[in-house]
Design a protein around this ligand. Sequence first.
Ligand code: SF4
Length: 332
Amino acid sequence: MSLLQVENLKAYYKTEMYGISRKVRAVDDVTMTLEANEIYGVAGESSCGKTTLIKVLSGTIKPPLRVEEGSVKYNFRYGPADMSTVSEDELRDNIRWKEISYVMQGSMSVLNPVRKIMKTFEDIIATHEGIKNKADFKVRIEDHVKKLGLPPDVLKSYPHELSGGMRQRVAIAMATVFKPSLIIADEPTTALDVVVQRGVLQLLKEIQADSKNTVLLVTHDMAVHANVADRVGIMYAGRLVEEGSTEVIFQNPSHPYTQHLISSLPVIGDKTGKSSLEGTPPNLANPPEGCRFHPRCPRAMDICKTQVPAMQNFGAGHRAACHLLSAQGGQQ
Ligand code: SF4
């Protein structure tokens, strides 16, 4: 059974100022499934809707963001949950941290700068589970960080005493302390240098392999997806434009935007210049008609300016939405 089913999700930012209404279609008709025990990568440039998607999936929707249509349904360990009907109490008591946890870019956002790491663990566990026996709690946390390859001494440190990489490892340790069904990792390595980045990604992979939970890895960095993800979904201007196994996405991408992302990656020994895409991502308050990529697409046709390409299936979980692919016999 899948962990998560997202159907035709539309999540918009709606504002009204001085009588002028504005609607930013940040996530527009996204359908996707996350399986248990997989690492799913979401890729795409800034403003493609990645962050809004995370907000909806984690149930952190605040005005002006609103879910306009569609559904987000989980099969958690304690039972099914429809995110359109779960109460704030259920989110707090049963879902956040215990079933869905979050690793964000810049660990200082979750670490309290004036509390030692052990105290922050204490705050999290006291809030979500309660602490009956302090000695047992201490052993549990020490065992947890040791299992993740962290020296137990980090628990006695303040966040500012740790390096950026160590802080991010601590943030991952916090996000996994309840062994959640889903870990959402939002640009978890963006601020780190390459060597530290490798260590943090390796840690995420090991945790997933050990706990058999699901990781939703959101980053614009295609090299990270190539190294870590089992499947990758490519977003452009609020829409999922291609999805497939990591091998298919990197070795046989079908959508022109995915092809551009892959061809931009550096190749050792290749000294030829890389061409950049003309133009900028569209304003999602007034996105282009038809295929939203058409103003930048080197292969755009007349039909692309008026008709939204349907998502077509090409087997083995490979899907893409592009009029060029209609002749290839995909199924809608
Ligand atoms: Fe390019 Fe048209 Fe395909 Fe969009 S539908 S990616 S504009 S060819």
